[in-house]
Design a protein around this ligand. Structure first.
Ligand code: GLC
Length: 423
């Protein structure tokens, strides 16, 4: 009798643990690279795991967007089932769509309607929602409010004004005991970040990469003027090493107090105002300048989405993790702690979000007018188009050939690429 009872109890215990093992999944997500971004992703993912009874494995993605792309594409083309969720750039939905699960049946339409419609449209390819919006990005001008005030200089509205202000403050402050101060830092390395910066300069003068029919339009006087002007900054108001800078190099230089102006994305705000930052409470944020007085203030649209791999073996749990991380509560936490710009419109009116990151109150018009990189028309060819573009911009910044000559060669290469089967 006793033996029978024990056997029965053991059987029950065994079947319970078997059931819980069967229902708990391990979900692997590729997200974040710079420390804060990775930390916030890990915290969110672990909170989901704790609440759902699953486990989560967080993999650090390469820092540069273009390196992430090739890493992901390699995995996806091999139909690798070991990665379930990918953090994908705003420029990739059309190129990666074939590998990503359609989330339409898994997302409540009312929830989807709370996200910025342009991002939802960008993530919808052939009628399928291939990724959920997570955070948005737009190029911004960060400036040292204390130094501009000290020198009686207004926030510049044109790149010409910016260069003049940068030079003036740099010269005066170097003489006054800040030998390491530079006027302007940005993303000048040969990578996707330079594509964003260079498109902003060119668009601010009225130039563009492709026209509305998708034809190459880069070899223009506007583009040449913009790139030649940017090249003139290197070694004068920008450190020569700016041609090796990615986002974090610019952010760290600025945060150490060694730059008057910086072009960067919203995430920098939280770090610049961290309690250990040398520039805490000394920083202002404004729209990027235009090329000439009265011209358009041009900013490139960035941002990241979460997508589920078609090759995942735990799709239900992966979808659930994506729903959790892209939720209003999680986007709010990330906006407050990391100044990651939400994709949920209502959060731009949330008092706690605005208290942490006041410039979000003025971000909506900048986002609405932001310039998209030509990733939708070029699809899988975008990576090549962008590489050719940043190579021409990088050569110009580095003094290898004039802006005009480099843009002429770029036009030929892009036309050739387009001629070989179109975009
Ligand atoms: C930011 C943007 C992304 C862009 C990248 C370039 O992460 O959100 O869209 O491609 O910067 O460095």
């Amino acid at each position: 009798m006793r033996a029978m009872f024990l056997a029965g109890a053991m059987g029950l215990a065994l079947s319970c643990s078997a059931a819980s093992i069967a229902s708990a999944a391990e979900v692997t997500i590729y997200c974040g690279s710079q420390s804060e971004e990775l930390r916030l992703c890990r915290e969110g993912a672990e909170a989901w795991a704790a609440g759902s009874g699953n486990t989560v494995r967080v993999l650090e993605a390469p820092e540069r967007s273009d390196e992430r792309y090739w890493r992901y594409l390699d995995r996806l083309e091999r139909r690798d089932s070991s990665i379930d969720v990918y953090q994908i750039d705003v420029i990739w939905p059309s190129a990666l769509a074939g590998h990503l699960l359609d989330l339409t049946p898994h997302v409540d339409p009312a929830t989807l309607a709370t996200h910025l419609p342009a991002i939802v449209a960008n993530n919808t390819v052939g009628g399928e929602l291939v990724a959920m919006p997570w955070f948005t990005d737009v190029g911004l001008l960060y400036y040292r409010a204390d130094l501009l005030q000290k020198h009686g200089i207004p926030v510049p509205a044109t790149y010409g004004d910016l260069a003049a202000a940068a030079l003036r403050v740099q010269r005066a402050e170097r003489a006054g005991g800040m030998p390491d101060l530079w006027g302007f830092v940005f993303q000048g390395n040969a990578y996707e970040g330079l594509t964003c910066n260079a498109l902003e300069w060119i668009d601010a003068f009225g130039g563009r990469l492709l026209d509305e029919d998708g034809n190459v339009a880069i070899n223009s006087p506007e583009a040449a003027l913009a790139l030649a002007q940017a090249a003139s900054w290197v070694g004068t108001i920008a450190p020569p090493r700016v041609t090796r800078f990615v986002e974090e190099d610019a952010r760290i230089t600025f945060q150490l107090g060694n730059a008057v102006f910086m072009r960067n994305w919203p995430y920098a705000w939280a770090l610049l105002n961290d309690k250990d930052s040398a520039v805490r409470d000394k920083v202002g944020v404004a729209p990027l300048p235009s090329g000439y007085a009265g011209g358009r203030r041009s900013a490139v649209l960035g941002g990241w989405q979460l997508a589920v791999s078609r090759y995942s073996r735990v799709q239900d749990e992966a979808v659930d993790l994506v729903r959790y991380l892209t939720s209003a509560a999680e986007q709010k936490r990330r906006a407050i702690e990391g100044s990651f710009a939400p994709t949920i419109a209502a959060l731009y009116e949330d008092p706690e979000v605005l208290a942490a990151t006041p410039f979000f109150a003025e971000l909506r018009p900048t986002l609405a007018g932001a310039v998209a990189r030509p990733s939708s028309p070029t699809g899988l060819r975008y990576a090549q188009v962008s590489t050719l573009f940043w190579e021409a911009a990088h050569a110009t910044l580095s003094g290898y050939g004039s802006a005009q000559a480099n843009l002429g060669a770029l036009e030929d290469r892009l036309r050739l690429l387009q001629a070989r089967g179109g975009w």
